[in-house]
Ligand binder design. Structure first.
Ligand SMILES: [Mg+2]
Length: 337
């Protein structure tokens, strides 16, 4: 898609590989722009051969802007949680263990009670995931939060988007679609998507939108199982597309196998599939693995769900139980469309 966020970074901000490798002292960059995180291998001081379990640093950055990534009326607690959680989710997608983060905060005014609520929610999540805030900056302007995270992964063990192999099972770490219903509720639009939900179920959809839980534990486990992985931020279709492109493969996704969130129950099956495929903000992991490994893994993590297989077709096909092709109306969330 021309003009998409992904292409802007690729086109204008990816240093040619030649430059990166030629530049003095930058053999430390193992993986640059294009995955959930970059991978850096800090120079080893001492013996010339690094120990086999030498750690690599993975780094990612994400900005959330009021009115774009969260509705303007969102609470400071939810904003803080989400800003850190979406970054932790990128570490999870690499199979990394969180270590530290930095924060750049743009605020329309220095509102003490807003800041107190924001910082306490931020530190609550940081403590839960054992990640330390080591620096920050504030400026005045429209509310925006940028967080950069770093994590560690044993050398060569990071989960990349480029490792999917023909015949792999495609799986996801949990339910899909709830956050998109939460967004309908906040914006009071598409009431037919949530009119049948109880108050408690509506709260659950809102919680899924505002308080995503990063799958760090799952990412660490997947290091020993998955060939490729990423986190679902923009919707399964568009995000799985990144794995297919990076790995130069295709996929068949079986619609009846999609783990639909309870929040989708007001929708007819085809509309529910649309939401599970194209709704953003789920922050589950999507990964591919050998079918033998899948048999082992699903005994350990029963909430993981197989949704399809990697093919050599270079196409993403959505199939119903009768093997008929399903064409969704939209591909996925895109910030610049
Ligand atoms: Mg990501």
């Amino acid at each position: 898609m021309p003009g998409s966020e992904f292409n802007i970074i690729q086109r204008f901000f990816t240093e040619p590989a030649r430059l990166l490798s030629d530049r003095q002292g930058h053999s430390d960059i193992v993986l640059g722009i294009g995955d959930d995180c970059a991978i850096i291998s800090p120079p080893v001081i001492g013996p010339p051969v690094a120990p086999p379990d030498n750690q690599q640093l993975v780094v990612s950055i994400d900005t959330l802007i009021s009115g774009v990534h969260f509705p303007e009326q969102t609470s400071p607690q939810a904003i803080a949680h989400k800003a850190l959680a979406v970054n932790l989710s990128d570490l999870a997608a690499m199979g990394a263990e969180p270590c530290w983060f930095t924060l750049a905060l743009t605020l329309p005014e220095a509102d003490e009670s807003w800041l107190a609520s924001f910082s306490s929610a931020l530190f609550k999540l940081a403590e839960e995931y054992n990640i330390a805030l080591i620096g920050g900056d504030t400026t005045r302007g429209k509310l925006a939060i940028t967080i950069q995270v770093a994590g560690y992964v044993p050398q060569g063990k990071a989960l990349l988007r480029s490792g999917a192999q023909v015949g792999d099972i495609i799986a996801v770490s949990g339910e899909l679609g709830a956050a998109s219903i939460g967004l309908d509720i906040v914006l009071e639009k598409n009431q037919k998507t949530y009119h049948c939900l109880s108050e408690k179920q509506q709260q659950a959809a809102l919680f899924a939108l505002n308080y995503p839980s990063p799958k760090i534990k799952e990412g660490l486990l997947l290091r020993n199982y998955a060939h490729a992985a990423l986190d679902l931020s923009d919707g399964l279709l568009s995000d799985l597309g990144h794995i297919l492109k990076a790995s130069a493969v295709g996929a068949d996704v079986f619609l009846e196998q999609l783990p639909l969130a309870e929040s989708l129950q007001c929708l007819a099956p085809e509309q529910a599939w649309e939401r599970a495929l194209s709704g953003g903000d789920d922050y589950q992991l999507c990964f591919t693995l050998d079918s033998d490994k899948w048999q082992q893994l699903k005994n350990i993590e029963p909430h993981f769900t197989a949704i399809g297989v990697i093919t050599d077709t270079h196409k993403l096909r959505l199939l119903n139980r009768s093997g008929e092709l399903f064409l969704p109306r939209n591909g996925g969330y895109n910030h610049f469309e």
